[in-house]
Ligand binder design. Structure first.
Ligand code: GTP
Ligand code: MG
Length: 316
């Protein structure tokens, strides 16, 4: 299976010489992965090469990035080191295989008030607990795109698990993102912060709302999906590189094409469906109760459980 020349850097791609590579790097397009998710049009625009050549370069970038061989044994060894953050509910933990996992993306989608943000708050507190209490003794990067972060809630949830609420708040690095650019840049520049602050959980609440409001109409859909794809790819890279957990929330829309069954579908289409490791669908039930459905998991069966959102946080 020897290739003529191994493609490792962006200048190894056909049609991309040193000058073009430098141009791309100055636009922060510095890896094969980043080129692999561009459209030929976008690549042509930033690099100056023709759309035809861009197509070829993207094709090669895709081929060079997607194939990664690993034995089942080494994968299994790696998985042993995966950390799990307790959700606060025993039933929910069991359903998802012990808790919200590191090295992956957990997505919660559902209508307003279904509990997506509250579950995020609980995880932001619980990740700070010692390992034997369901945490990772790590800190949080919280990207809030909707302005719904509530320190008071964090305080009461912290009190309930006997953590010093002021310390808990200090350990949550909060970013209020008001545009997709801010949201994307926060992740692009997160490496140093993650290492210095021992970040073990990245929360984006919500992942999709800014993308949804900035890219409107059919014409913008392609670009939106492309940007979203790059963004979640970056999330997965950070999750793997630093063994951290990612929790994102997502809105839903009514899909009028579905005549039977539940017409509610999450925003983001295929991009998110493929990127999220674990997908949870949250629904409001009576009073404090919320029904949580496990829609997608790499190894757990589909299932449903009920949690409660109480003054003290998420409970069974
Ligand atoms: P959107 O962001 O609007 O899409 O909804 P969401 O899914 O993020 O909802 P969220 O997690 O914010 O849930 C809001 C619900 O949580 C409220 O309607 C309350 O029922 C419940 N809730 C919020 N704070 C408290 C609290 O202090 N005590 C109790 N018991 N419930 C709370
Ligand atoms: Mg919310």
């Amino acid at each position: 299976m020897a290739k003529e020349k191994a493609v490792k850097e962006i200048e190894d791609l056909p049609g991309i010489g040193e000058t073009t590579a430098a141009k791309l790097r100055s636009s922060n397009i510095d890896s094969l992965e980043k080129i692999a998710v561009l459209s030929p049009h976008e690549l042509s625009e930033v690099s100056g090469i023709s759309v035809e050549n861009a197509k070829k370069a993207i094709q090669v970038a895709r081929e060079s990035t997607t194939i990664e061989y690993e034995t089942g044994e080494s994968f299994y060894e790696k998985r042993k080191n995966i950390g799990k953050i307790s959700t606060g509910s025993k039933d929910l933990n069991e359903m998802i295989g012990g808790g919200v996992e590191t090295n992956g993306i957990t997505e919660a989608y559902g209508k307003f008030s279904s509990g997506k943000t509250q579950l995020g708050f609980q995880l932001a507190v619980n990740v700070q607990l010692p390992v034997n209490k369901g945490g990772l003794e790590g800190n949080v990067l919280f990207i809030d795109t909707e302005g719904t972060f509530r320190p008071e809630r964090i305080k009461s949830i912290s009190d309930a698990v006997n953590l010093d609420s002021n310390k808990v708040l200090e350990n949550i690095i909060y970013v209020r993102a008001k545009s997709t650019e801010q949201q994307i840049l926060t992740l692009e520049r997160a490496d140093k912060l993650i290492q210095e602050k021992n970040i073990k959980l990245i929360i984006i609440d919500s992942l999709t709302s800014l993308f949804r409001s900035e890219f409107i109409g059919r014409g913008a859909l392609g670009e939106r999906q492309q940007k979203l794809n790059q963004h979640v790819h970056r999330l997965q890279t950070l999750a793997d590189k630093y063994s951290l957990a990612v929790y994102v929330t997502n809105q839903v829309m009514d899909n009028p094409g579905i005549l039977f069954g539940d017409p509610t579908t999450p925003i983001g289409g295929n991009v998110l469906a493929h990127a999220a490791t674990t997908r949870l669908y949250l629904r409001k039930s009576k009073e404090e109760r919320r029904i949580i459905k496990l829609v997608d998991s790499p190894y757990m069966p589909e299932g449903e459980c009920v949690i409660k959102i109480t003054n003290n946080g998420v409970k069974d």
